[in-house]
Design a protein around this ligand. Structure first.
Ligand code: KG4
Ligand code: ZN
Length: 356
């Protein structure tokens, strides 16, 4: 059916040149890396339009990706100073995410791979977030403990190898980013909630009582639904009584409660696993309070902290290319039957074929 598509990847190549394409949510992104070096990194976001609707409208996201993708990919290759023929592989996010949005990236990547007869790599978006740390610290090698905190997943993981992670703890209900977004809505802050809570919290103090369970407890699991409900109840009670309250104080109190538990448990897990290094990834890892607290805790306990720059914590294509590199070295390639997947269980996400 796909005549003449027969790429011949050289998986032993020292520093392959990989184009990454990301379109799982509201960012259309493309980046080129050579080994772990970022040569270009392009992004077009529909967040400002989405903000008018209070969240991501899938149809608007898909249309925006369709409008932007060719331009963004073209810019990524050009700004890397390369031609399409220089690429060793094309890596694309195939899941999880919004199906229509993912399909734009997957279809584009497949067409490109087919036309150029280049290897195609299917990248799991969450593994992309986990791989972002490799872009910061070129010599980073497992084992390490990593904090994954995005809009869809929140977990503390042990990286056994570049290919496999063990779940040490995870949220029992909402993801951290989801909690930020929901609380932002209660406080009347715009989408995206996380950065707006951070901004609002700057003018407040963490003086509003928050549920205790998030401050400690055994194991490495945590829960955000109690915290979210506490914020909703606090605000509604105040409003019903006609009492004034400080949104900034609520935001600061929520932010501390939501993040302290992540920092505390990540460091405890790193101690138990006797690793030297801690990494973090996902949109919530862009939070300034999280970054400061995690850095202070790692310094105190003597762990090296590898924290991607903020733009590599939120959705981007360099991390997709970087995870593409992991899969390239493992020899895991996709073919023209690749399809997009809206959801992928975390356990399936963390294991991959082969070992490095
Ligand atoms: O990783 P990401 O960009 O997309 C997913 O894969 O989910 O994460 C998006 C999430 C959103 O819930 C957003 O509110 C949150 O990350 N986020 C933040 C910050 N920046 C983004 N949360 C707290 N503070 C931030 N500065
Ligand atoms: Zn993401």
């Amino acid at each position: 059916m796909y005549r003449n598509y027969d790429p011949k990847p050289n998986i032993n190549k020292e520093a392959p040149i990989i184009l990454g394409i990301e379109s799982s949510c509201d960012e259309t992104a493309a980046a080129v890396i050579r080994g772990r070096e970022i040569l270009s990194d392009e992004i077009a976001s529909s967040a400002s339009v989405q903000s008018l609707y209070g969240g991501v409208v899938p149809e608007i996201a898909s249309r925006a990706h369709t409008d932007e993708i060719a331009r963004v990919v073209e810019r990524a290759v050009k700004n890397a100073g390369l031609e399409y023929t220089d690429l060793d592989a094309i890596a694309v996010t195939y899941g999880a995410g919004l199906l229509g949005a993912l399909l734009v990236g997957v279809s584009f990547a497949k067409s490109l791979a087919y036309t150029l007869n280049k290897p195609l790599i299917a990248v799991n978006h969450i593994r992309g977030h986990l791989s972002a740390a490799y872009l910061v610290e070129k010599d980073l090698k497992p084992p390490f403990v990593t904090l994954l905190a995005s809009g869809g997943h929140t977990a503390i993981l042990y990286a056994e190898s570049e290919a496999a992670f063990e779940i040490l703890g995870a949220t029992l209900d909402d993801a951290a980013g989801e909690a930020f977004d929901k609380v932002a809505r209660v406080l009347g802050l715009k989408y995206p909630g996380g950065p707006n809570i951070q901004r609002c919290a700057q003018d407040g103090k963490p003086v509003v009582p928050m549920p205790k369970m998030l401050k400690g407890g055994g194991g490495y699991d945590f829960s955000y639904s109690g915290l979210k409900t506490a914020v909703i109840n606090y605000c509604h009670t105040k409003e019903q009584k006609g009492e004034e309250y400080s949104k900034a104080d609520v935001a600061a109190s929520f932010q501390c409660a939501a993040i302290d538990v992540l920092v505390q448990k990540t460091v405890a897990a790193a101690k138990e696993k006797k690793v030297k290094t801690v990494t973090a990834g996902g949109g919530v890892a862009a939070n300034a309070y999280l970054r400061e607290s995690l850095k202070a805790a790692c310094d105190r306990e003597g762990f090296q902290l590898v924290l991607p720059e903020k733009r590599y914590c939120t959705d981007n294509a360099a991390m997709i290319a970087c995870e593409g590199l992991v899969q390239y070295k493992l020899g895991n390639f996709a073919d023209m039957s690749l399809n997009a997947k809206a959801s992928i269980p975390l356990a399936a996400t963390l294991k991959t074929k082969g070992s490095v």
